[in-house]
Design a protein around this ligand. Structure first.
Ligand code: C2E
Ligand code: MG
Ligand code: MG
Length: 632
């Protein structure tokens, strides 16, 4: 019988006894009354206890459910969870950590955690354990994230972030450690990728501008400490825009990748090469102790461009220009050095393509920056700062001059005489070339008329036409007007176009050239071989003449490849009944070699550098009389 029923029985008995008690014994009646009350209280207490008991049982049940939930939580959690003893020996491991390590969950118990860490991080692990011990003694719980790696059973490592805490309160040697282990491999990879994206150029894989700024500051500091020198070299591809416009961005991108690779091959391991943007690269030569060593490297870079770049089925020829500024000679400040190298690059362009220039102090005062040039170019025409230079084409058999090519020059008020490479791109971009081109034609015709009137009647005038001019709808009308006004014989006029400009808008170009040819003007394909030497183009356009680019002449005697190209071009010209001229003849030795290929019309510094208009007549008078006809 349970206590509750016994109390009830006793209580009933006291109720019965109360009826039987002698009223003459009041003390006994009072005692019985007290007992009666105590029993009532006991009953109430017991009932309350029973309620509390039921409540406790329910809480216990709830706790059991919670415990299962927590167990599931850490056993099945996506993060690894370990419990170890104070020495790092595993007591419990969840599913995630077992999978992370490639080990069965039950096999992890009893293994030291350190086994799964790379050798290099084991010292740090023991240091962490020691730190945790100290903390345990001080009775403080610790949670410290630690980035390390875990070794997978089948090889390879996993990047992890580990949070550790200590089970309290216990004696230091009896405490348990809890380890929460997060796989951060993906996060690390993303971080590396973001760093790569932020500091590298996606196309070439080279470091970018953002990286360069940090790099240069450090390189300058190091150079200062070592008391050495450092050179910053700005490099820009010549005529890259033409390739991009005509062959498309895909070809342009391929070219930039190959250029990056070639530059990298020319540089030493420690020299930093960066893609600055577009077709501009910058590199730093550390420990550039002498001017000769810098020049030597720049020569090597220019020479590396001599070989064609194979892009799809095309063999592209492109050159580059370089500008150099030296620390500490030119400036001690990174930003200024970059600016100076950029200015030197423009100076290199101004001296003609395919060259390099060191920054020159006295020119630095007049910053040769594009925006400034662009501004000045607008004024140049009004201030009559443009002029024409003329370079002869010579028939080497008779020695006579057959034509003069008009070459634009800009007499800059501070920078001196500038060649087209320094400003033509700007004129072309902003469309000013159309207006300047008109002026070139008029001024050229004016000069040619002077030669004709002086007795050199058959000398032709060659004028370069840019892509933008070719696309101008008013070109033909303007040329016609110009010829009529000057009463100039159209058969004594040649227009030189480049392959790139011809291929940009083939239909429009073809119509325009056809109309010009019908006027009697000779159409000549300039820089032949530097674009993509499209035979279709040569066949389709109304051409009378090809000008072999000077890049094929430079190393003619040593390059069987260039010789083969010239021979093939000659055959092509004969088949298509085209006249042929070769440009860039610089030495006496080149002349007979070229003659062996059947070439007789030549242009280049060996015969005469481009000369001012005033010198042309003197030059002509010193030469044999021009022949009346000069077939190739
Ligand atoms: P281009 O039509 O191929 O002109 C020949 C270039 O080669 C000229 O450069 C000339 O000075 C240079 N040259 C000639 N012989 C030699 C030589 O033996 N060795 C070397 N290294 N170079 C030689 P320039 O005057 O700097 O002209 C560069 C280009 O600018 C021209 O190339 C032409 O495409 C363009 N250009 C010049 N004047 C005009 C113009 O009035 N209008 C347009 N649209 N373009 C022009
Ligand atoms: Mg030309
Ligand atoms: Mg040319």
């Amino acid at each position: 019988m349970d206590i509750f029923h016994r109390i009830d029985e006793v209580y009933q008995r006291t109720v019965e006894l109360q009826t039987q008690i002698d009223p003459a014994q009041p003390a006994l009646a009072a005692a019985l009354q007290d007992l009666h009350l105590v029993l009532e209280e006991l009953q109430a207490t017991h009932e309350e206890l029973a309620v509390q008991n039921r409540r406790l049982a329910s809480v216990q049940q709830q706790l059991q459910v919670e415990k299962q939930r927590y167990w599931d939580l850490y056993n099945w959690a996506p993060d690894g969870y370990l419990v170890t003893d104070h020495q790092g020996v595993i007591q419990f491991a969840n599913v995630a950590i077992a999978q992370l390590l490639g080990v069965a969950q039950e096999q992890l118990s009893g293994k030291p955690l350190v086994l799964y860490l790379p050798e290099a991080d084991r010292r740090a692990f023991y240091a962490l354990l020691a730190q945790l011990h100290q903390t345990a003694v001080a009775n403080v719980s610790l949670a410290s994230p630690w980035e390390t790696q875990l070794r997978h059973r089948q090889g390879g490592t996993i990047d992890v972030a580990i949070m550790t805490s200590i089970g309290l309160p216990m004696a230091a040697d009896a405490s348990t450690l809890r380890w929460l282990i997060r796989n951060i491999t993906e996060q690390k990879r993303a971080e590396t990728e973001i760093r790569q994206l932020a500091f590298h150029d996606a196309l070439t894989g080279l470091p970018n501008r953002a990286y360069f700024e940090t790099y240069l500051a450090q390189a300058i500091a190091q150079t200062q400490r070592d008391n050495t020198r450092l050179a910053i070299v700005f490099l820009d591809l010549d005529n890259f825009k033409g390739i991009n416009d005509s062959l498309g961005h895909w070809a342009g991108d391929q070219l930039l990748q190959q250029v990056a690779q070639r530059l990298q091959n020319c540089l030493r391991q420690g020299d930093c090469l960066v893609r600055w943007g577009g077709d501009e690269f910058i590199f730093v030569i550390i420990q550039a102790m002498t001017r000769q060593s810098i020049e030597h490297l720049c020569d090597r870079i220019l020479a590396s461009f001599a070989l064609a770049f194979p892009i799809h089925q095309h063999e592209l020829h492109i050159s580059s220009s370089l500008g150099i500024a030296v620390y500490p000679n030119h400036s001690q400040d990174a930003e200024t050095l970059i600016r100076y190298a950029d200015q030197a690059l423009y100076q290199a362009k101004a001296h003609g393509r395919n060259s390099y220039c060191f920054f020159e102090e006295d020119r630095g005062a007049h910053a040769l920056e594009t925006f400034q040039l662009e501004h000045e170019l607008h004024e140049a025409r009004n201030h009559q700062e443009f002029c024409l230079y003329f370079q002869p084409q010579v028939d080497v058999v008779s020695g006579a001059v057959t034509a003069f090519e008009a070459l634009l020059r800009w007499q800059h008020p501070h920078l001196g005489l500038l060649a087209p490479a320094a400003f033509l791109g700007i004129l072309e971009n902003n469309g000013q070339i159309v207006e300047i081109g008109d002026w070139v034609l008029q001024a050229g015709i004016r000069q040619a008329t002077i030669w004709h009137q002086a007795g050199f009647e058959n000398i032709k005038l060659a004028i370069n036409l840019s892509a933008r001019q070719l696309r101008s709808p008013s070109l033909v009308m303007h040329v016609q007007q110009c010829l009529e006004t000057a009463q100039y014989d159209p058969t004594l006029l040649e227009f030189e176009i480049t392959e790139t400009s011809a291929i940009t808008h083939p239909q429009e170009t073809h119509t325009t050239l056809q109309q010009l040819a019908e006027l009697g003007i000779t159409i000549s394909l300039d820089d032949f071989g530097t674009g993509y030497s499209s035979l279709t183009l040569v066949k389709q356009l109304p051409l009378q003449k090809l000008k072999i680019d000077r890049s094929f002449v430079a190393d003619l005697s040593t390059s069987p490849c260039n010789q083969a190209i010239i021979a093939a071009t000659m055959t092509l010209a004969q088949q298509l009944n085209l006249q042929i001229v070769v440009e860039g003849v610089e030495t006496a030795e080149q002349v007979p070699i070229l003659q062996q290929f059947g070439l007789r019309e030549m242009q280049g510094d060996w015969f005469a550098r481009p000369m001012a208009a005033a010198q042309v007549l003197d030059f002509l008078r010193q030469r044999p009389t021009p022949p009346h006809a000069s077939p190739p």
